[in-house]
Write a protein of this length. Structure first.
Length: 395
C-alpha cells in the first residue's frame, strides 16, 4: 500500500492496477434523479455514423417536440473513435468526424441539449476501437474538456478483469474530471451489477442487447418480451440516481407494429427505464413521434418517487403491472401478449387501495377519463397491446 502524500494527487493515467487505493472520495453527482432521456446512435445506425447524422439527430430532437417532451442527451455510441495520439489522447475518426468531437458537443449544447459518448472499460470497444483500459483518467479529462455530459461504458475485451473494480476506476476518473457526467454502466448484467453498480454509476444495463423484435431472440440479442420478463424481478434494485437499464428503445425502427411499440414504450415507462430513443429522429413518421412524446406516459417514467413497477398478476397471455407514483396515484398497465383481444381487470386490492375508494382513471393513450370508479377497473386490450391508465384516488 503506497503512503499517500502529495505525489498521490498526480496518479498517472496508467495505474489501473492500483484500483484498491482509489477510494470514491467524491460523491456521485445527483444528475439522474429521474431516468435519463435522450437518443443514442446504436440501434439504428450501429457503426455507420458521422457528424452529419449526429447533428441531424440533435436538430430533430430540438425541433420535433422531443426536447419539449423531456429528451435531453444526444449520445454517440461505438465507432466514433479511431486511435490514440502519441501522448495517449483518444482521437475521433477524422473522416467521419472532421470537425472533431468538441465542435459537435458545442453544436448539441447550442440546441439546448446535452451531449454523450461511448467507451469501453476493456482494451477495445465491442466494435474494435480503442477502449479506456489504462487511460481512464486521461479519457475522463478529455471528455470533460470536450463538454461531455453522459458516458456509456461497455464491457467488451475485459479478459479476466473484475467488473466492480474496473468500473470503480472509471467512476473515480469521472468524479475527478471536473465535470458532472452521467455514468451509464453497460456490463450486460453479467456480474450482479445490482450489488455494486448503484454506488458507481447512474444506470446499469441488466442484460445483453435489445433487438427490434416482439419475441424473437438471437443469441446475445434479446426481444422486447425477453427483456421485459428479465427485468420483472429486478424492481427493488432501481431508484433515483441509480436505475436499472433494460436497454435503449426500438420504437420506430420497423421490426414491430405501432401497437407493439406502444406496449414497449409503456412498459419501459413502468420499469422506470432510461428513455433513450434509438430510431432515426430525422426521418420518423407521426405514429413514432406520437409514441415517443406521449407526455402522460413520460410523466409515469419520470415520476419522482422512482419506483419500478411490479407485475402483480399473470393469467395466460394477460398481465397486470402496477407502479406507485408520487402523491398516491398508481400507474397500471393491462397487458395482452396473445393474438386475440382480451378483457383484463385490476382490483383495488392489487393496488393496495381500499375496495370502497373512488378513483378517477385516465387512459394515457386514448386520454379518456372515467370518474368515480370503485373496486376494480377493466378494459379490453388489443392483441400485443396495452391499456395504460393513471389511477387517482378521489375519496
Ligand atoms: C455492446 C452494447 C451495445 C452497443 C454495442 C456497440 O453490444 O451492449 O449497446 O453499445 O456494444 O458496439
Amino acid at each position: 500500500m503506497p503512503v499517500c502524500m502529495t505525489a498521490c494527487l498526480f496518479v498517472p493515467a496508467f495505474e489501473a492496477s492500483a484500483h484498491e487505493t482509489l477510494g470514491l472520495d467524491a460523491p456521485k453527482p445527483e444528475i439522474a434523479m429521474t431516468p435519463p432521456m435522450g437518443w443514442n446512435s446504436w440501434n439504428k445506425f450501429a457503426c455507420n455514423i458521422d457528424e452529419v447524422k449526429i447533428r441531424g439527430a440533435a436538430d430533430a430532437m430540438a425541433s420535433s417536440g422531443m426536447k419539449d417532451a423531456g429528451y435531453q442527451y444526444v449520445v454517440i455510441d461505438d465507432c466514433w473513435q479511431k486511435d490514440r495520439a502519441a501522448d495517449g489522447a483518444i482521437q475521433a475518426d477524422p473522416e467521419r468526424f472532421p470537425s472533431g468531437i468538441k465542435a459537435l458537443a458545442d453544436y448539441v449544447h447550442s440546441k439546448g441539449l446535452k451531449f454523450g459518448l461511448y467507451s469501453d472499460i476493456g482494451v477495445k470497444t465491442c466494435g474494435g476501437r480503442p477502449g479506456s483500459r489504462g487511460y481512464e483518467f486521461q479519457d475522463a479529462r478529455t471528455w470533460a474538456s470536450w463538454g461531455v455530459d453522459y458516458v456509456k461504458v461497455d464491457w467488451c475485451y475485459t479478459g479476466s478483469s473484475e467488473a466492480s473494480s474496473s468500473y470503480t476506476i472509471m467512476a473515480k476518473a469521472l468524479r475527478a474530471s471536473g465535470r458532472d457526467i452521467v455514468f451509464s454502466i453497460c456490463e450486460w448484467g453479467d456480474n450482479k451489477p445490482e450489488e455494486w453498480a448503484a454506488g458507481l454509476g447512474h444506470l446499469w444495463r441488466t442484460s445483453g442487447d435489445i433487438r427490434d423484435s416482439w419475441d424473437k431472440d438471437e443469441g446475445y440479442s434479446h426481444s422486447f418480451l425477453w427483456i421485459l420478463d428479465h427485468n420483472a424481478g429486478l424492481w427493488a434494485n432501481s431508484g433515483p440516481n441509480h436505475w436499472n437499464d433494460p436497454d435503449m428503445l426500438e420504437v420506430g425502427n420497423g421490426g414491430m407494429t405501432d401497437v407493439e411499440y406502444r406496449s414497449h414504450f409503456s412498459l419501459w415507462a413502468m420499469l422506470a427505464a432510461p428513455l433513450i430513443a434509438g430510431n432515426d429522429l430525422s426521418n420518423m413518421d407521426k405514429a413514432t413521434l406520437d409514441i415517443l412524446t406521449n407526455k402522460d406516459v413520460i410523466a409515469v417514467d419520470q415520476d419522482k418517487l422512482g419506483q419500478q413497477a411490479r407485475r402483480v398478476a399473470q393469467n395466460g397471455d394477460t398481465e397486470v403491472w402496477v407502479r406507485p407514483l408520487t402523491g398516491g396515484d398508481r400507474a397500471v398497465v393491462l397487458f395482452n401478449r396473445g393474438a386475440d383481444a382480451k378483457t383484463v381487470s385490476v382490483d383495488w386490492d392489487a393496488l393496495q387501495l381500499p375496495t370502497g375508494l373512488k378513483a378517477s382513471v385516465k387512459d394515457l393513450w386514448s386520454k379518456s377519463v372515467q370518474k368515480g370508479v370503485k373496486g376494480s377497473y377493466s378494459a379490453e386490450v388489443a392483441p400485443h397491446g396495452v391499456v395504460m391508465v393513471r389511477i387517482t384516488p378521489t375519496v
